[in-house]
Design a protein around this ligand. Sequence first.
Ligand code: PLP
Length: 379
Amino acid sequence: MIFLDYASATPVSKTAKTAMEPYFSEKFFNPSAPYLAAKRAREDYEKAKANLAHTIGAKADDLIITSGATEANKLAFSAATGEVLILATEHASIIENSKKYPTKIIKVDKTGLIDLADFKQKLTKETTFVSIALANNELGTIQPLAEVAEIIRKERENRLIKGNPLPLIFHSDASQAMSLVPISVARLGVDLLTINSAKVYGPKGVGALYQGHQVKLQPITEGGGQEKGLRSGTENVPGLVGFAAAAVEAKEHQNGARKHYKQLVKILKDELEKSKIEPIFLGNKKHQLANFCPVCFPGVDAERVIYRLEEDEIYLSTGAACAASKGEKSHVLKAIGLTDEEIAGSLRISLGKDNTEEDMKFAGQKIVAAVEKELQFSK
Ligand code: PLP
């Protein structure tokens, strides 16, 4: 099998799996229980939280552990008190939450990068919440969040001068970026940051929201008062322990991984380019996650290409797994100006730990063969 859809899921790393194992059975205790064994589980939970927080330059107390990025994004939106600004290419979980507020959509250019002029124009004295993903989940385009934060800082300064008390909160979903981009919440200038275990070789169903000190959030569940009262429910101890171990491991290997993926993507691109199928590579050459290789073959039915490749046990996708499962056209590819025909001919290829140079050559040749067959078929 050659798996080329790591943007949708990553296998749990050995380190994460080993770290988690004791907490399923012998250390299964509820961290809120009063006896010593449970107190030890609490200590381990808090230690894992501190380790996870450290990977983004934060403290344990700044994190609220959730059931994934979808839930973290929902919690983040509880800081919105009125007008919201989101980027046109945001994940479905951001778009759906934004629908509860008056929302303006910030444009992107044809590589998926934020249009800062459009952002400046749409950011007004009424804006309460801005959400821009650090890296996009279909194109891998990495946004200049520090520049966005600076614009937001100036708007806050303006409000102070004019006596406008409306809070302005800056949130970013870093789900896709975390494994390959060095993250420091201070350097990014965000107030809220979503992170996702499922994309960094940790277990699925675990995520976290970083909460800056000045940000007020509303509980998303009520009950036992866990996670600072914002997300009640018995703590997922193995989940967090696995997430933290995977995040620490990813951070340690980030530089090497980036170089490795660049080399692998080059091999794949060379293989596609030396054929006659004329690939159009999508996203931003300079600001793109190193493991992403989204590509378009106009006139080809990408879904049929995927089925053909599946016969060779090569797995990739046309876009975000959630949009694909609903049979929807990618709003991300629409936002960068692709035509319906180009969208229908687009593949999202995203690499991961287990891919090798041989895989890239083999997958490249198979993609070329599948696209050629489809091109003949459509004539
Ligand atoms: N945000 C982004 C950018 C994602 O890529 C994903 C997952 O595909 C999510 C949020 C949702 O994550 P989860 O399904 O783990 O809640």
